[in-house]
Design a protein around this ligand. Sequence first.
Ligand SMILES: Cc1ncc(COP(=O)(O)O)c(C=O)c1O
Length: 475
Amino acid sequence: MNDPANLEFSPEAMRTMGHAVVDRAVAHLAGLADAPSNGNFDGIEALCEALREPEPLDGSTLDALLDPLFNEWIPRSFGTPGPGYLAYIPGGGIYPAALADFIADTANRYTGIWQAAPALVQLEANTLDWMREWMQFPATARGVFTTGGSMAMFNAIAAAREQRLGTDIRSGVLYVSSQSHHSITKAARLAGIAHDRVRTIAVDADFRMRVDALQDAIDTDRATGLKPFMVFSTAGTTNTGAVDPLDAVADLCAREGLWHHVDGAYGAFFHMVPALRPLLAGLPRADSLTLDPHKGLFLPYGTGALLVRDGEALRALHASDAGYLPTSQNTFYDPAQYGPELSRGFPGLRVWLTMKLLGTDRYRAALAEKRALALWAADEISKIPGIVMDAAPQLSLFAFHLEHPSLPTLEAQNAATRALMERVTARGRVMVTGAQVGERYLGRVCVLSFRTRRAQMDACIEDMARVAGTLITHG
Ligand SMILES: Cc1ncc(COP(=O)(O)O)c(C=O)c1O
């Protein structure tokens, strides 16, 4: 304290602080199974108002910061890491990844360019290679870690735009389905493809992109002198879990000379499991693929990835030299040559350490289990009086609505389905969310958290049955 400019901590202080954090974090994880899955949002606005604060000119003790963090603020959030989280697309938060982050942050080595930390960068390259193998992409493919699926989409569009359109950006047209994730149109905008150059293609009764409608839209655009260049299909949509006809879209793209991107943010990691590959037939033919390790690899938020079949297309977009940097090389994988970032964290370590520690076969077992749980739960839920299954699980997500003589209109059915999701969630054992899909509001369940096991699915089925019973009896 005598020397305010000295920001270093003694080894003993660092150890004490580290232990304090690990103790709290582990206690938090140990309590997840009993914590309400929907979080506690009582008085949240007043709390946020009260949290506004001036800069802290003087420091405080670590305990004074950890107390409210763990006791008051963390619990006031969706229970994303909890076993009962079946909402949206569940993320992960597997423990070894946190240790990897701690190592990455304390070692704080520079992994933006290969020369600064060659061995560490090689570990990251290894994990990208494993993903390439799981997805059955060729050896020429290259990838990059991003902060999530949205940024993977952005890099994919920029790479395709650069290769296929060059400077003629305004004539380029990109195709999504009505069930595509909104991050694609957002990424398109960021990559210079304006909203009037994004076409939305209709889906079939199973919420899969209609290839005939895609062909028609491409023909129409070509006839008006525009330049179709990229098609997005989805391996597991967010709304209903639909897997687009990836093979048929790949055929069309090959015929038309278009770049085919598969958004596998939710579903691609099921391709790790050989027995499940037929569910994603055609995925290895994609020109590029969005992966979201913070979903299907159970890693903490902040880990997305992109694979590009023609690795040189990604490199052509990003590789650049500067007088103050070492001369770039192309013998070893070099992150800054494949992505927009220079200084960055070390995302590869959380993937590498976790995979090496657990072994990848345990991932296969966990992913197969999540799908089996979803299949079984969908079957049970479809037996509940009043439930109509709109989308059986293709992977591990299913969608349904309530329909009953006591709910005579679409509006009444939508309101009841919404109430079903809200009331099941309010019971606190599982958290579920719905989605407006066309005219219908659909309830949905997505099983992807590594912590979700049979007990949570039992609770989900039980609570769905109980709440559905009250909604159809009393309207
Ligand atoms: C199918 C799909 N694509 C893309 C995304 C966007 O990914 P991220 O949230 O990691 O940016 C999501 C996110 O939930 C998704 O479910």
